[in-house]
Design a protein around this ligand. Structure first.
Ligand SMILES: Cc1cc2nc3c(=O)[nH]c(=O)nc-3n(C[C@H](O)[C@H](O)[C@H](O)COP(=O)(O)O)c2cc1C
Ligand code: SF4
Length: 431
């Protein structure tokens, strides 16, 4: 599933093809844990924060916030313990990159977390892993055991006074628990419902302690950056979107999979050249570029857009988690919208009225449209509901539903209107 390409050096996927890539011996043979050793025995925490900030590494969980800047928000001289959380919830539909990093190169993540912990003066970390990733949790636990045995984790990391422990915490299947504050509640043993921000986790996080939550891909990038330096990382990508990124391509392409590419890579080059084109030579209908929460792009919009934070924002969508979902000409957009609506209304945690009521209402209207039972005025009603949800809730899950729904209505409106006119019956989606 993880495919190597010739477009850039592999920072994240360099080991995934090796036999026994999850074992510590293979990791050590390829230079693994050398950077951790050098970091804890000869460098200052602030130096590491500075390198990561200067590298321009932005969070790969969706929002793209600069990692080093976030680390800098931690209070100086905190009396409470500082925590680090590796976000491995990976619930965004279309996203399957963190799974590859965990299942193929768990030590890279562990080393990244240990270096990050040293930089932010943290001694305890959690990896919050999606409940369905039973295999990944097993691989991680085994890798963590190996790291303890070799002295890369524990009371004396690499023989120094730096103490660092990692615990794996399995989720129970809620998409909203990928949101950092819901995740923190869940680790604390409570119902996984997002908290109001501020305070942000960097000030008040898990067990009230200052907490940094970073995505698995973000943390897995850290060893390479600290080893090779900020400038080397900035050789890839664009000025504002530095480095390489994993793109998980799914849907109607000849070669779906996870590809590591420099940020700023042209979207259509990814579809046509890297992924072998739209499946069976069919025409492209649209691309959802960054996971199901990001607005769809029409073929014309796809033509000249690059895969980086700024270019996709300019095109009216987002890079999100880097999940590129390709849809061919046969796709029924009304059905896609109805399916996504069902997902978001099911995953709403229910604590905010606009999200709880609005998501269910919109989903019901989309199902009705999909079944050919839509009424005149339904589209306007959906749009009005969307406007009453976006930006009015505790967490961005409501926006994550509104953005794609509005995109479908705006760009493929004629399909929705035709469905209302014809009242064509579509088999209800039982998924
Ligand atoms: C509904 C929702 C689900 C999310 N799911 C994930 C997820 O599965 N994995 C992830 O890393 N971030 C997810 N996020 C983003 C996190 O809240 C947080 O921004 C991220 O883990 C920070 O890490 P980063 O700065 O390295 O990207 C989600 C956000 C929302 C609103
Ligand atoms: S927006 Fe939705 S998912 Fe987020 S806190 Fe409110 S009800 Fe829960």
């Amino acid at each position: 599933m993880a495919e190597k390409s010739e477009y850039c050096e592999h920072i994240l996927l360099s080991r995934v093809d090796l036999e026994n890539s999850t074992s510590i011996d293979v990791y050590l043979k390829s230079g693994g844990y050398e950077t951790l050793k050098k970091t804890v025995s000869g460098r200052q925490p602030q130096e590491i924060v500075d390198v990561v900030r200067e590298s321009g590494l932005r969070g790969r969980g969706g929002a793209g916030f600069p990692a080093g800047v976030k680390w800098g928000f931690l209070p100086k001289d905190s009396k409470l313990p500082i925590y680090l959380i590796g976000n491995a919830d990976e619930g965004e539909p279309g996203t399957f990159k963190d799974r590859v990093l965990i299942e193929k190169d768990p030590h890279q993540l562990i080393e990244g977390m240990a270096i990050t912990a040293f930089a932010i003066k943290c001694h305890t970390a959690y990896i919050y892993i999606r409940g369905e990733f039973a295999k990944g949790a097993k691989i991680l636990n085994k890798a963590i055991d190996e790291a303890y045995e070799k002295g890369f984790l524990g009371d004396k990391v690499c023989g120094t006074d730096f103490k660092f422990d990692i615990y794996v915490h399995r989720g129970a299947g809620a998409y909203v628990c990928g949101e950092e504050t819901a995740l923190i509640e869940s680790i604390e043993g409570k119902k996984g419902q997002p908290r109001l921000k501020p305070p942000f986790p960097a000030n008040v996080g898990v067990f009230q302690g200052p907490t940094i939550v970073n995505n698995v891909e973000t943390l897995s990038s850290v060893p390479w950056i600290v080893k090779n330096g900020a400038e080397a990382y900035r050789k890839y990508g664009t000025e504002k979107s530095a480095g390489t990124k994993l793109f998980c391509v799914s849907g109607h392409v000849e070669k779906p999979g996870v590809y590591e590419l420099p940020l700023g890579f042209p979207l259509m080059q990814l579809v046509n050249e890297v992924c072998g084109g739209v499946k069976d030579g069919k025409k492209l209908k649209g691309v959802i570029p960054g996971g199901s929460s990001t607005p769809i792009l029409t073929p014309e919009e796809c033509e000249n857009v690059n895969l980086d934070y700024e270019s996709l924002m300019e095109a009216g969508s987002m890079l999100g988690s880097g999940a590129v979902i390709v849809l061919d000409e046969t796709v029924d957009i009304v059905r896609v919208a109805a399916r996504l609506g069902k997902f978001y209304s099911h995953e709403s945690c229910g604590q905010c009225t606009p999200c709880r009521e609005g998501s269910g209402y919109i989903s019901g209207l989309l199902q009705r449209l999909n079944e050919g039972k839509g009424e005149e005025g339904d589209l306007e009603l959906i749009e009005s509901l969307c406007d009453n949800m976006a930006g009015k809730t505790v967490c961005p899950l409501a926006d994550a539903m509104v953005m794609p729904v509005k995109g479908f209505l705006k760009k493929f409106r004629s399909e929705f209107e035709a469905r209302i006119r014809k009242k064509a019956y579509q088999k209800a989606d039982k998924g």
